[in-house]
Design a protein around this ligand. Structure first.
Ligand SMILES: C[S@@+](CC[C@H](N)C(=O)[O-])C[C@H]1O[C@@H](n2cnc3c(N)ncnc32)[C@H](O)[C@@H]1O
Length: 338
């Protein structure tokens, strides 16, 4: 196909399967039919056209992405390919070579920046180590990979939205990167409903991606607090309701949602609204099924037999990612479709 490029994404190392799933989901949205070509520890090589960039910039569980130029299986091969490349097609202004030595790196890369830099300098480009216009990235893993960085996802940019930095704070909220990954895994393009919204952590991330957000919570203080949080981050396109996640059909009688993303309560009686936990989960899944026309991204403790219950209701369970939160909480993130 015309215009296809090689791209790379460096994913985060704490939940790598889920991070890879997130990249696949965004690729599916922007470049249907394309997928990940190769995986080398936390480095993913993809084939796609540049429209993928407008979706990859939504990533939550990634360090960075960029254009992939070439790979090599020895330093000699890498230098030879570098000598034969027209760097003028990729470098604008000054440059710097920046190396990432992954845990599985199997080459002696000590002098790599200097040697590769010298090859590029010989083509007439200037090095600037403090503020280069172009960053040439080299990853060392099972192979050597050379690319041009397009965007990074620094921890700082997510930290300012951590639960305790929001005006309305409860220690129940998901970390922003994880919330964002769940939204992307639900393939949301225009809207998201969170029927157990709590303080609105998922809705904040979805709102910042430009999606219309809908939220429900049983408690009025949560509805007021989530509104305060959304306003704080400049999100205006929202509909929040006080109500029961097991009665969504009544709350939204004429609406079908493209994506539902949610983190139901795990267990204290205060957050369960008096229901037995398993019963609440089952009823909520039935109610979600009724108002969904698309994907559901949902977290459940591992003790709940979510697949069995969801399949009985009619969901197709597509993906499942495990996370150990602490000694008394293990959960799965499920991606389902109706
Ligand atoms: C784990 S918290 C969600 C945390 C949320 N992701 C956040 O960022 O704050 C679960 C929420 O579900 C609410 N809840 C419990 N039972 C409910 C029900 N039947 N319908 C709607 N909300 C309910 C609780 O009040 C609580 O705020």
């Amino acid at each position: 196909m015309e215009g296809n490029k090689l791209l790379y994404v460096e994913i985060l190392g704490n939940l790598p399967e889920m991070a890879e799933g997130e990249v696949k989901a965004l690729l599916e949205l922007s470049n249907p039919g394309f997928t990940i070509l190769e995986k080398d520890y936390l480095f993913l090589a993809l084939k796609a056209n540049e429209s993928a960039f407008s979706y990859l910039k939504r990533l939550g569980m990634a360090h960075e992405y960029g254009n992939l130029l070439f790979s090599g299986e020895s330093l000699e091969e890498l230098y030879l390919k570098a000598e034969n490349l027209e760097w003028g097609n990729f470098i604008a202004g000054s440059f710097k070579v920046d190396r990432e030595t992954m845990l599985n790196c199997r080459y002696n890369v000590e002098n790599l920046e200097r040697e590769l830099g010298a090859i590029i300098v010989r083509q007439g480009f200037k090095v600037n180590l403090t503020s280069p216009d172009t960053l040439v990235r080299v990853y060392c893993g099972q192979k050597l990979w050379v690319g041009i960085r397009k965007q990074t996802f620094p921890a700082k940019s997510f930290e300012k939205r951590k639960a305790d930095r929001r005006p309305f704070f409860k220690p129940i909220a998901l970390p922003p990167r994880l919330a964002r990954a769940m939204i992307n895994l639900a393939r949301a393009k225009k809207e998201v409903l969170d029927p157990f919204m709590g303080t609105g952590g998922i809705l904040i991330e979805a709102g910042l991606l430009g999606l219309k957000v809908y939220g429900v919570d049983l408690r009025k203080d949560m509805v007021d607090g989530a509104k305060q949080n959304l306003e704080h981050y400049g999100i205006k396109n929202y509909v929040l309701k006080k109500g029961d996640a097991t009665k969504l059909g009544k709350l939204f009688p004429d609406k079908e949602f493209e994506a539902i993303v949610t983190d139901p309560p795990y267990g204290t009686s205060a957050t369960l609204g008096g229901k037995v936990r398993e019963e609440l989960y089952e009823k909520a899944l039935e109610s979600i099924y009724e108002v969904l026309d698309g994907h559901l991204s949902i977290a459940f403790p591992t003790s709940f037999e979510a697949e069995k219950v969801a399949e009985r209701i009619g969901f197709e369970v597509l993906e499942k990612y495990y996370q150990r939160v602490h000694s008394s909480l293990d959960r799965y993130f499920y991606i389902m479709r109706n």
